[in-house]
Design a binder for this molecule. Structure first.
Ligand code: SAH
Length: 277
């Protein structure tokens, strides 16, 4: 296989790299190169173990996420650590789940590198809200049902449901809403959407551990979202999707099909409706 010319990973620089939602097959070519060349890999909790196995055997692996309920290292400490490793002349790989610039604090870390005059490169990754959903057979957009998709975090800097968003506008105007980090405040999110005018019978799904060996999906309605999520004991990391794109999963759950699920070629019942006239 002829690979295109890849940029050199210079000693003393930091690559801020997205690892995708889980499956190591979803790494970019640049992420794979970075793993095979890095002297130090500073990784987050969401990075799949199988991905870390691709690191150079001599590389120092440093965990910089939450583990076992212990508080996570403070963001400034992580940034300082990256700067220090780079100043030691190492090739530093900062590896994050999904995409580093989507709810991933990649911008904050990159700005710390700018301030410290450490050269860096951003390597985008497949964000969970797109790639993770694809592994559950839910397309982020589908012409028949949505012409926009909205990514929302379920909690803001202070850990609350973001209240600087126009919830009624989102409820009425955003056809497909994809929530990250939403399990904790799920009831509030449901209430705000319904209070804002969203139909309680709207399709909704929760996909946990997407694109990993532990992937699980439930599909339900906005009205039943909280109860069904609790009953199924869905755990973080999880994506919550509200909108008609969810209905496509019965036709597009390709992973389920590998395990015997029979897929519906007309999940939106468009053909059935046309034939009924
Ligand atoms: N930068 C990441 C997001 C980090 S925020 C990205 O682009 O994907 C962490 C949140 O991302 C989790 O709470 C969850 O909502 C979502 N997430 C990340 N990986 C996931 C996965 N494999 N399955 C389901 N949700 C995931």
């Amino acid at each position: 296989m002829q690979l295109p010319l890849l940029p050199p990973f210079e000693p003393g620089s930091v690559w801020l790299v997205g690892a995708g939602p889980g499956d190591p097959g979803l790494l970019t070519v640049l992420a794979l190169k970075a793993l095979s060349e890095a002297d130090a890999v500073v990784y987050d909790a969401l990075v799949d173990e199988r991905t870390l196995k691709l690191a150079r055997p001599e590389a120092i692996l440093e965990f910089a996420g939450k583990r076992g309920g212990k508080p996570s290292p403070k963001q400034p400490d992580i940034s300082r650590r990256l700067v220090r490793l780079a100043r030691e002349g190492k090739r530093v790989l900062r590896l994050k789940g999904g995409d580093p610039f989507v709810f991933g604090r990649g911008g904050e870390e990159a700005l710390a590198l700018v301030a410290a005059k450490v050269p860096f490169r951003i390597v985008p990754g497949i964000t969970a809200g797109v790639g993770g959903l694809a592994y559950a057979g839910i397309p982020a957009t589908h012409r028949d049902v949505n012409e926009a998709v909205t990514f929302i975090t379920g909690h803001n800097v202070s850990g609350e449901v973001p209240d600087n968003l126009d919830w009624p506008a989102l409820a009425r105007g955003a056809p497909v809403l994809v929530f990250y980090m939403a399990l904790k405040h799920l009831a509030q999110i449901r209430d705000r959407l319904i209070a804002g005018g969203r139909d309680a019978s709207e399709a909704a799904a929760v996909v946990s551990h997407a694109a990993t060996d532990r992937q699980r999906t439930i599909t339900t309605t906005l009205a039943r979202l909280v109860e069904d999520t609790e009953a199924a004991k869905m755990e973080p990391p999880a994506l919550v999707v509200v909108g008609p794109a969810v209905r496509l999963a019965s036709g597009l759950d390709w992973l389920g099909a590998m395990k015997g699920r029979v897929l519906d070629p007309d999940p939106l019942k468009l053909k059935a409706r046309r034939e009924a006239g």
